[in-house]
Design a protein around this ligand. Sequence first.
Ligand code: NDP
Length: 241
Amino acid sequence: MGNVAIVTGGTRGIGEAISVHLKEMGMQVVANYAGNDERAKAFTEATGIPALKFDVADYDAVEDGIQKVEADFGPVSVLVNNAGITRDGVLAKMNCENWDAVLQTNLKSCYNTCHTVVPGMRERGFGRIINISSINGQQGQYGQVNYAAAKAGILGFTKALALETAKYGVTVNAIAPGYVDTDMVRAVPPEVLEKIIRKIPVGRLGNPDDIARAVAFLADERNSFMTGATLSINGGQFMAN
Ligand code: NDP
């Protein structure tokens, strides 16, 4: 059996495509999700990939979830921190709850999962960690101080952890997707989305496979020299890290 991989938020959207690509590489994949049981069931039926519900924002739940995966399938050597949410609003109207929810789910989740799996990866001398950031963490976005802060935080987290794990065979990289056609983007009002698409040089939204292919590249055992990097995959919308 190949490497054991956990993809957080791996049952729909970008995460679903990542789960499928990693399975196609021969990995034993487990897809985590938050609460949409029906969707998770349909995903498992369609792909054969087991789904496991736990809240990535909750340290104890993450620890229990990862222990369960390791008991069932063996040590986790590939981790994709993909789960994310938005709670948009301008700062003046953003309450603490929406700030905390976005920071906890998008950023603290990376601490929760990495703190749980990195010691084992270091001991075994191999690991691949891929963190999903966002173009809006690179360039900022009106109405998203919480999301932009969390996604920019992921980039700093990635670089710092990459330094700490480099000599143990564990690479840590980030991907900053532009706008990708998933439920998250379908929630954007159509007139706003139209304006966004006009700003994308390739003239279309990304699709989940555009991101998943890059995750597969970073997760490859042969890709051992690339660490602390950010791959921007955004149709040319923002050309800097
Ligand atoms: P979706 O909203 O389509 O899917 C989100 C996934 O994350 C679902 O599987 C959901 O589970 C899971 N999830 C949400 N909260 C939690 C939680 N607390 N614990 C465990 N799982 C959770 O998102 P996308 O596919 O659009 O986005 C995936 C990632 O890519 C996110 O981090 C997002 O910020 C980032 N991104 C997305 C872009 C886009 O344009 N779509 C652009 C840039 C970055 P459930 O189904 O149970 O709700």
